[in-house]
Ligand binder design. Structure first.
Ligand code: FAD
Length: 283
């Protein structure tokens, strides 16, 4: 792997339910925009639960905050017609990048309501509907997708997305740089050449992080967990330790050839910016 001269940097947000939350999101985005990131992205509730909020947030970030913004789009629970309409709306608004996902339906919504079952089918659909208009990002799982039967099948399924026309990938977050390097090495052996950008989750709060990580299959290493547990409610120490651990992991990732970093901001600027500054990547 070779080291890129200028790593790409992107920030992910989620659409909020309240007006106050939305204003805070936009203020966070404006702060991050000062540092000229390559793009923002905004998540989508599978089954269309955030359809309008994602759309409005993306249009505002792209149009007013003036950072190219990629909507996430998931296929479970949406019909082809619903997906087609959203794609057309984004195309007409001048959006050029999209994060294409299968998604996870909230419990109780079942699995049979969508017409496309897997993200590779969504990538194919976007290509067939809109040609080369969109730069398509897909998800990657260095520690394996939680529902995958085994690593070989999961890697093969990742390759399907690249072969269907994805341009690049963003990983689920992880705290073990070796899992990323191993993943990239294995997909290269399958002939997949697209850039795989590590998704970075800053550590700011132990209990939330432990819950999230269990749900998405990201392993919190024992030594990190034990240290965070020991800090209990001492938020300052948790944040200082978290910043150091994640900065060191990012240094290793970039030195080992990762083409950039994608921050899961959880709509907060400070933690991501601190890591970015520590890395000397500020623009
Ligand atoms: P897929 O690539 O379809 O994979 C899902 C599972 O099916 C895997 O186990 C895979 O091995 C298997 N598989 C894939 N293709 C096939 C096939 N053709 N045949 C058989 N098995 C197959 N979720 C949201 O709801 N909204 C978001 O905005 C969102 N944003 C995300 C952003 C990033 C960067 C990441 C990493 C995840 C995001 N997620 C989001 C979570 C994601 O939707 C879930 O992890 C979901 O369970 C899988 O989505 P996927 O696109 O990776 O699915």
């Amino acid at each position: 792997m070779s080291t890129s001269p200028r790593p790409s940097i992107s920030f992910e947000f989620f659409p909020t339910k309240t007006e106050a939350g939305h204003e805070k999101l936009i203020a966070t985005a404006r702060r991050l925009a000062e540092h000229q990131p390559d793009f923002f992205s905004c998540t989508y509730g599978a089954g269309g639960s955030t359809r309008d909020r994602t759309l409005n947030t993306v249009l505002q970030l792209d149009g007013e905050v003036k950072v190219p913004t990629a909507p996430h789009l998931s296929c479970v629970g949406d019909t082809r017609e619903e997906l087609r309409q959203l794609l057309e709306t984004y195309r007409q608004a001048g959006i050029r990048r999209i994060v294409a996902l299968r998604g996870d339906l909230p419990s109780g919504m079942g699995m049979a309501s969508g017409e496309l079952r897997y993200a590779n089918e969504l990538v194919e659909f976007i290509r067939s509907e809109t040609g080369d208009h969109f730069h398509i990002e897909v998800a990657a799982y260095p520690e394996m997708h939680p529902q995958a039967r085994n690593l070989e099948q999961d890697l093969a399924n990742f390759a399907r997305k690249a072969n269907a026309g994805a341009d690049s990938a963003i990983t689920q977050y992880f705290f073990n740089a070796d899992s990323y390097f191993y993943f990239v090495e294995r997909v290269r052996k399958l002939g997949v050449e697209i850039p795989v950008v590590p998704g970075i989750m800053p550590i700011t709060n132990y209990s939330k992080l432990a819950r999230f990580s269990d749900a998405c299959g990201a392993e919190l290493p024992r030594w990190v967990r034990k240290q965070l547990e020991a800090y209990a409610d001492d938020i300052d120490s948790i944040q200082a330790f978290g910043e150091q651990v994640i900065t060191e992991m990012c240094e290793r990732l970039l030195a080992g050839g990762a083409p950039g970093l994608h921050f899961y901001t959880l709509n907060q600027a400070e933690a991501s910016l601190a890591i970015w500054n520590n890395l000397g990547l500020s623009r």
